[in-house]
Design a protein. Structure first.
Length: 81
């Protein structure tokens, strides 16, 4: 099992996730204030895309570290992507 060991990559990933967290809080406010459903849907799609980018960024870091065999990376992508 591979772990993220590059401190710069870990910080960047955590910063990206903090932005997603902010997006989710914004979506909750939109829902609470009874905003237009299309606007909520747009923000949900943006948050989903940001999470996808976070996932693929993490996978890229794992590949760069070279600790995980390519077959295991492919298996993880098939399982979670």
């Amino acid at each position: 099992m591979s772990k993220l060991s590059n401190e710069t990559s870990k910080k960047a990933l955590c910063a990206r996730l903090a932005r997603v967290e902010g997006q989710l809080r914004g979506i909750q406010k939109l829902i609470q204030t009874e905003s237009d459903c299309e606007k909520i849907a747009q923000q949900l799609a943006a948050a989903r895309k940001a999470l996808d980018k976070s996932f693929f960024s993490m996978v890229g870091c794992m590949i760069e570290q070279g600790e995980m065999p390519p077959g295991d990376v492919a298996e993880m992508l098939g399982k979670f992507a």
